[in-house]
Design a protein around this ligand. Structure first.
Ligand code: C5P
Length: 302
């Protein structure tokens, strides 16, 4: 018998390395993208319904589109189309991941919706088939599904899992406002052109991979790098002050998360993370303390 409702929990991510190549003819950029899943989660609940329906609650829910432009809705439609069945499901998203924050919240919801619908409908899609649907939906969606840590190449959707040898303590500061991912990539291209720089092909940094594997926060702090940071700061200069406030409060590393405007701070331990969060509070909407790695999409109720 099919369950009456399925709830899936799915994590946010931070990019501990985001190396961005030149713009490709299709408008995307080749990446060397080292993803780390962190313990901030959205929950997606799928319930049988007469017709497709999408609702959303939580901070920033009013900015989440509830039509077919929502990645979670598109995930349900893609799975239903593949299985030749109607997408007769009510998806409810309980948001905790910052909206438009550079933490892959929309991608998380897509991965969560896909696993919730598959668990509800039992279409028989394999994990690889579900990951292929994830890749069609967006560059970050496959990682949201698998969690942990991984190197993403191509536009970020081709994943190789990475070992993580310990717990990393993070603080995430949510900015007042959002940044559009395409706008940040465009600013990246513009900055490179205006500086007359040739953008090299992106390469994964072994120092980042080794630091993850050893669980060494100081080594990871020395190696983290986000090529989109300068572009995000160009579009959202106030983030510089937030980064500085985290560094002054003892963060081992301070960086823009993905395309921003959420900023990420690596801390030595849980106590230091709490100190950094307190210092950041005047500079942001909310400062959240969490740890990594986190698991990918997982069914938490049915
Ligand atoms: O794949 P996704 O829908 O998340 O990408 C959103 C936008 O971010 C793309 O339309 C593109 O402008 C930019 N992007 C990019 N190169 C990537 C990933 C995303 O230029 N590898």
């Amino acid at each position: 018998m099919s369950p009456a409702a399925v709830t899936v929990r799915v994590p946010a991510k931070v990019n501990v390395q985001l190396a961005v190549g030149p713009a490709r003819p299709d408008g995307f950029h080749d990446l060397a993208n080292i993803f780390l899943a962190v313990g901030l989660y959205d929950e997606v609940t799928a319930t049988p319904a007469e017709s497709p329906r999408l609702t959303c609650e939580g901070p920033g829910a009013d900015q989440v589109p509830l039509d077919e432009s929502n990645l979670a809705a598109r995930a349900a439609l893609a799975l239903a189309a593949r299985a030749g069945r109607p997408a007769d499901v009510h998806l409810h998203i309980a948001k905790d991941i910052p909206v438009a924050g550079g933490m892959a919240g929309g991608s998380a919801d897509a991965a969560g919706a896909l696993l919730a619908c598959e668990t509800l409908w039992r279409t028989g899609a394999s994990r690889d088939e579900l990951l292929a649907i994830c890749a069609e939906l967006g560059s970050d969606v496959p990682f949201s599904y698998v969690g942990g840590a991984a190197l993403g190449t191509g536009r970020g959707e081709r994943l190789a899992p990475l070992a993580v040898g310990g717990t990393f303590h993070w603080v995430f500061a949510q900015a007042d406002g959002g940044l559009s991912t395409p706008a940040v990539y465009r600013a990246y291209d513009r900055l490179a052109a205006s500086e007359g720089r040739t953008v090299p092909e992106p390469e994964a940094d072994p120092a980042v991979i080794d630091a993850l594997a050893s669980g060494d926060a100081k080594a990871l702090a020395a190696a983290v790098h986000n090529d989109l940071q300068a572009a995000a700061l160009d579009l959202f200069p106030a983030l510089r002050r937030t980064l500085d406030a985290g560094t002054e409060a003892g963060a081992l590393a301070a960086l823009v998360s993905g395309s921003g405007p959420t900023t990420a701070f690596l801390a030595q331990d849980a106590d230091s993370a709490r100190t950094i969060a307190r210092a950041l509070t005047p500079h942001c909407r909310t400062a959240r303390v969490t740890t990594a790695p986190a698991p990918g999409a997982v069914v938490v109720g049915q």
